[in-house]
Design a protein around this ligand. Sequence first.
Ligand code: SAM
Length: 287
Amino acid sequence: MAKIGTIGTTKNTLKKHDFHIKKKFGQNFLTDQNILRRITDIASIDKETLVVEIGPGLGSMTELLLEKAKNVLAYEIDKDLVPILLDNLKDDRLILINDDILKRNIDEDITNLNSTYSNIVLVANLPYYITTPIIMKVLEESTQVKELVIMMQLEVARRFTSVPSTKDYNSLSVVIQFKTESKIALKVPKTVFVPAPNVDSAVIHMKVKEKIEPFPNDLEVFYKLVRTSFTQRRKTLVNNLSSGFSITKDKLSNTLVDLGFSQSVRAEELTVNDFITLSNEFNRDIL
Ligand code: SAM
């Protein structure tokens, strides 16, 4: 465990605290004031906004978010950070929940604030070991969060935003782009973190789609189809799908040809809309 003496921003408004960095919680703190400002400027935050922050750490980003927003609802798993955060920030507009974000119902927590907001955005420098589960949870469960500004590993950010027929395009790209309009807003070198992680990072700006068109007839079929299609990248779609579903290769080939694809098409060639169209050809019998 590395011991950290001072950790603050260049504003030096955060006090010096003794704190042991916990790798198991993915703690890589961001101390560069310029980067912190650039991240908080990406999100649409005004005095009527609620910002949901996951993993406030020592509060360097939280401090800037509180300058801009009406309230910050922050989830921090590490109980040792709670007294430090409260001492650093001393702001009753911060609602701090000491819990694992994966165990919370975010919309219920927002409702319990009993306040009204013009918009609700999520801003986070996420622990890298659970980036994808956290984002999927928010996208699947929350109807209130409409915009996300998230620091993650550059490699994962590339997957989220990649387009068909590129090496980074996979099932995650399809699911994320099914739900959101996403782009990489900022690349961040590892050197600006304490301690520095092994990989570079990027901030992704995600806007939850208000309307998804066309929409899958059955979400379970759609999600399983997307997952199964990419099981083995080198295999054709027909081969991957026939091993994952109760459907013959012939029926699959015919369906693909009817929709205008080649029999030997691979998953990486299909757009999000192609996957929706294809999933709408099947029903639950194939699951
Ligand atoms: N926001 C701070 C910053 O930018 O300096 C800290 C970012 S650090 C990469 C990730 C933070 O998420 C840590 O404070 C860590 O303790 C917290 N964390 C890790 N797992 C968590 C979980 N499951 N739920 C809530 N917070 C978590």
